[in-house]
Design a protein around this ligand. Sequence first.
Ligand SMILES: [Zn+2]
Length: 64
Amino acid sequence: MKCYQCDIKMILDCNVKVEGVMYGIKISKKGKGLFNNISAKPKAAVCPNCGYVSFYIDDYKKFV
Ligand SMILES: [Zn+2]
């Protein structure tokens, strides 16, 4: 994963937390069926050069 601005390798695997709250945010999507919600915890990548932050999830394939 590279920074869009400087084309430098970003620092992956940073935890995402909402300030003041103990739990992070979640990305979710309704799947097929009533109780089949797809969700994933996003991670953040930070560029060590410009500070650009990018969100990503590891298991993105289940959203397809
Ligand atoms: Zn950058």
